[in-house]
Design a protein around this ligand. Structure first.
Ligand SMILES: *Cc1c(COP(=O)(O)O)cnc(C)c1O
Length: 408
């Protein structure tokens, strides 16, 4: 048969037929979307293997504790704690979003955001090292601090706002940045902090959870690691936990990889596949959610009972100027304070389109009184509202109605 007469270019590619094994499927690398492509284009194609006849666009999850491995035990796929083809595709996708067009980038996925954070900190720091953390970051950071200190690592903290971490950098081995910070939504200047840290020989990691890679790209701003919880807006449906680390230096990333192997904090193949599937809609979700978050913030700004309103996308927000320099989208979280704890509870009760639940970034709006957890330094009436993909008019109306209903 004359193959070219079939007109099917895929058929003559050789090794990529339906019989290709798991390793083969992930190994069929497709050229990443050009660095200049739009975010939506990149999101729908990120990490996909080269098309092959009779194969799905995004291969399904590979469930394997071990792989056929006769002879010398060389990779890429040997044992399920070390590597998995479904991770490989997801890692490529995340890498293409966090560092489009950059060569030599390595991405590792983890079971959760905390697994990714711990992997960087505990693989890079030794007893006697100094680590700088934010004092207003994710609520588990104080637990991390206690563990680092138990291992003989000195931990210094400073607020995110005003680039205050600059003042405690001397002698540091690693600077940990979280911007925008959760839940206070303060922002610091990543480039400025990274330059100051590098001048002192320190590594720089940025928690990019709230911004997502479509909101901000820490590696381009000078960071050594972009780290995030994929549990939030990256996957966006509130149904999986995931984390990732993206880095540019093979040696430091080898230590992060080794840590993942030692601790075994690996994502299940199903979670990894769901995450990859969800990333296809990332640009649509992030654009919709940030536009609606701005509309909600603008509506809240008009209300006398609302104080401490924060949204980095609001032109008069204290963080807006620095945020506008380094962010391309401002996220889906709005925070504000109601006069009392009781008022805040009544407000949350009165909402119909917003679930009273923790976490953020999902397609369904959620809100909570953050003070109920303890740990965050926030007033009793502090609300963290995560804006979902509902119609903006419906959501704004629901929030305003709930504010009215909670007044009495
Ligand atoms: C949720 C969150 C984490 C932790 O992520 P998990 O997936 O819950 O482990 C870390 N950093 C920030 C900023 C977060 O919001």
């Amino acid at each position: 048969m004359n193959e070219s007469a079939t007109g099917d270019a895929h058929e003559v590619r050789g090794d990529a037929g339906p019989a290709a094994g798991a390793a083969g499927r992930a190994g069929r690398e497709m050229a990443p979307v050009a660095a200049g492509a739009g975010d939506g284009t990149r999101a729908v194609r990120a990490g996909l293997p080269e098309p092959a006849k009779y194969e799905p666009t995004l291969p399904g999850p590979v469930f394997a504790a071990h792989y056929h491995l006769p002879g010398e035990p060389t990779g890429p796929y040997t044992y399920g704690r070390d590597e998995n083809p479904t991770w490989t595709l997801l890692e490529r996708a995340v890498g293409e979003l966090e560092a489009p067009g950059q060569d030599g980038i390595e991405t590792l996925v983890f079971a959760s955001g905390m697994a990714a954070i711990s992997a960087v900190l505990f693989s890079q720091l030794r007893a006697g090292d100094v680590c700088v953390l934010p004092d207003d970051g994710y609520q588990a950071l104080p637990l991390v601090r206690a563990q680092l200190e138990a291992y003989g690592i000195e931990v210094r903290t400073a607020p995110t706002g005003g680039d205050a971490q600059l003042d405690v950098l001397d002698g540091a081995k690693l600077l940990w940045i979280e911007t925008p910070s959760n839940p206070g939504l303060d922002v610091c200047d990543i480039r400025r902090l990274a330059e100051a840290a590098h001048a002192r020989g320190a590594l720089v990691a940025v928690d990019n959870t709230l911004a997502t890679p479509l909101g901000q790209r820490p590696l381009e701003l000078g960071a050594d690691f972009a780290v995030a919880s994929g549990t939030k807006q990256l996957t966006g449906h509130g149904d999986i936990l995931l984390g990732y680390v993206v880095g540019r230096d093979p040696e430091t990333m080898a230590a992060v990889r080794r840590w993942r192997k030692i601790v075994g904090a690996i994502p299940g193949p199903m979670e990894a596949w769901l995450a990859h599937r969800s990333i296809a809609t990332l640009q649509m979700r992030v654009d919709r959610q940030s536009a609606t978050a701005l509309a909600v913030a603008e509506a809240l700004r008009e209300r006398p009972e609302v104080t401490g309103l924060r949204y980095p996308g609001l032109p008069d927000d204290p963080a807006h100027k620095v945020a506008a320099r380094q962010m391309r989208r401002y996220g889906c979280v709005v925070s504000f304070t109601l006069p009392t704890r009781a008022r805040a509870d009544r407000f949350l009760d009165a909402l119909r389109l917003v679930d009273d639940a923790t976490s953020f970034g999902g397609v369904r709006s959620t809100a909570e009184r953050r003070g109920r957890w303890g740990g965050d330094a926030v007033p009793e009436g502090f609300i963290r509202l995560s804006v979902g993909a509902e119609d903006p008019e419906d959501l704004v109306a629901d929030v305003l109605r709930a504010l009215d209903a909670s007044a009495a």
